[in-house]
Design a protein around this ligand. Structure first.
Ligand code: PXP
Length: 251
């Protein structure tokens, strides 16, 4: 199977909402961030409506559906409440993620293999209304096979372990994680799944992942929102886009 198309950048705007919510005010506005991201070259906007609404709110999702010119990738846990919200808005894509109340961020991928039946029933109505269903998983063969069996069209591979190893200076572990991501991207693609990746990516870690020919989309948030303090959001995104294109040009 050939791999075609440009590597897409999905900009996750959750942490614009985190800063807004720190003061309980309307500023900074995630919708404004989404518009700037579009202008700076984002191919999509990603937002995670968490059960506890700690960053993105229901009104943000409604606003994004109204104003966006690029596709919305709606991240959510596999709960009835979130399914109803997704069915109401019908975003371009729904990414199913694990969610724990006490976690600071999405730790690890979804345990698909152990919940195949429930998840197959859960995603079917989303697919029926035209959402592209993506499953956020660790780079493990059994999870990929399970995602394929339940009828997901897309998997997003969790790059957190690779990025953490890099940040800790454990380059042996980092390279092992990267190898795992590479092999599992190839494996998922061979099953006909579209492969995305994300979590924890920075300017220092993006290029090796962007160079995998099977990866069609990277979703990046926290680093870009942080870097926008220093560079501005548009330039921070443009630099990420440049690095992704540079890495892709070598493959
Ligand atoms: N992809 C998924 C499925 C996520 O849950 C997240 C974090 O919300 C990201 C990508 C982006 O991660 P980060 O904010 O660390 O770039």
């Amino acid at each position: 199977m050939s791999v075609e198309g440009k590597l897409r950048l999905g900009v996750n705007i959750d942490h614009v909402a985190t800063v807004r919510n720190a003061r309980g005010s309307a500023y900074p506005d995630p919708l404004r961030a989404a518009r700037i991201a579009e202008e700076a070259g984002a191919d999509g906007i990603t937002a995670h409506l968490r059960e506890d609404r700690r960053h993105i709110s229901d009104a943000d999702i409604e606003g994004l559906m109204d104003v966006l010119n690029v596709p919305l990738n709606f991240e959510m846990a596999a709960t009835d409440e979130m399914q109803q919200i997704a069915l109401r808005h019908k975003p371009h894509a729904v990414c199913i993620v694990p969610e724990k109340r006490e976690e600071r961020t999405t730790e690890g991928g979804l345990e698909v293999a152990r919940e195949e039946n429930r998840l197959a029933h859960f995603i079917a109505p989303l697919r029926d209304v035209g959402c592209r269903v993506s499953i956020f998983i660790a780079a493990e063969q059994r999870q990929i096979e399970a995602a394929h069996r339940i009828g997901a069209e897309v998997i997003e591979l969790h790059t957190g372990a690779y990025c953490d190893a890099h940040a800790e200076g454990d380059f042996e572990a980092r390279d092992a994680e990267l190898e795992r991501l590479r092999n599992m991207s190839t494996f998922a693609h061979s099953l006909g799944l579209e492969v995305h990746a994300g979590h924890g990516l920075t300017y220092d870690t993006v290029k090796p992942v962007a160079a995998f020919p099977e990866v069609m989309e990277l979703n990046i948030g926290h680093f870009l929102v942080g870097e926008s303090i220093f560079l501005g959001l548009g330039p921070a995104i443009a630099e990420m886009r440049r690095l992704m294109d540079e890495a892709r040009a070598t493959t």
